[in-house]
Design a protein around this ligand. Structure first.
Ligand code: SAM
Length: 252
């Protein structure tokens, strides 16, 4: 497969048969991959579909690609999932964000929960958000998605619950080992709504959500759902859920 590069930006125009100056990070990436003039690549700008392209110049800091035909094909699943993830420590967020993008997540909301071991705010939180967004871009380049899921700013769980509850955001699921409802049972009952309006998955951090946080989520319209009798690590839970939704709703 030709290497894929994201070239999005407010003023990006990918017009067929034109020469497009590649952004500097893409130039660096092309050099790392040892591409040479004449090599094929695929460019996408996040607005839908992708373009075939041929490298015509590659310098140290600049490169030009001749833009070819637009390919409207998309690799999105037929449902929209927002992953609302309690902040996890170490490199777990990096890991799970990359895999969630591969599994078709549409948006990621990092949440500061009371039991999150990592505390992020201010400049550090903004830097992490930018870092995660860059991981999303790399994962889209690698896995063939042309639409970039947005990583929202780190938000306190309470604040987010107050904001998300009135506006809906599709079916809202609280992933909890204590819930009685199983995910396949819920999908069987709400299949059409899940496909039409999407789903928001709320996952606790390593220590889980505090009882009052689970209660607040239920009051905000979330339905408790279990993934079986085993306690999954936080980075496993969202991915297991995404894989199950793909299998049951036609994303695989
Ligand atoms: N002792 C914590 C508890 O009981 O909530 C365990 C937390 S678990 C490591 C982290 C998160 O993964 C949980 O808050 C939940 O969202 C999700 N999770 C783990 N196992 C699950 C299961 N069997 N069913 C549903 N969600 C699960």
């Amino acid at each position: 497969m030709a290497p894929r590069f994201f070239v999005g930006g407010a003023d990006t125009v990918l017009a067929a048969e034109s020469d497009f100056p590649l952004p500097e990070p893409v130039v660096r990436h092309a050099r790392v991959l040892r591409l040479a003039p004449g090599d094929a690549s695929t460019l996408f700008d996040g607005r839908g579909g992708s373009h075939a392209a041929t490298l015509v110049e590659l310098g140290k800091r600049h490169a030009l690609a001749r833009i070819g035909a637009h390919d409207a094909a998309e690799a999105e699943p037929p449902f929209r999932v927002t992953l609302a993830q309690g902040l996890a420590g170490g490199d777990k967020m990096d890991w799970l964000i990359e895999k969630a993008v591969e599994l078709g997540v549409a948006a990621i909301q990092p949440l500061q929960a009371s039991r999150s071991v990592v505390r992020l705010s201010g400049e550090r939180a903004q830097k992490r958000q930018a870092h995660w967004q860059a991981l999303v871009q790399a994962a889209c380049e690698q896995c063939g998605r042309n639409r970039l899921p947005a990583v929202a700013e780190v938000t306190n769980l309470d604040t987010w619950l107050a904001r998300v509850a009135p506006s809906g955001n599709g079916t809202r699921l609280l992933l909890s080992p204590r819930a009685a409802y199983s995910l396949p049972a819920l999908v069987a009952e709400r299949r059409e709504a899940l496909l039409a309006d999407g789903v928001t998955l709320l996952i606790g951090p390593e220590g889980g959500l505090a009882p009052e946080e689970e209660q607040a989520a239920l009051q905000a319209g979330f339905t408790g759902v279990s993934l079986g009798p085993r306690i999954l690590r936080t980075e496993t839970a969202g991915l297991a859920c995404l894989a199950t939704l793909n299998a049951l709703l036609g994303g695989f």
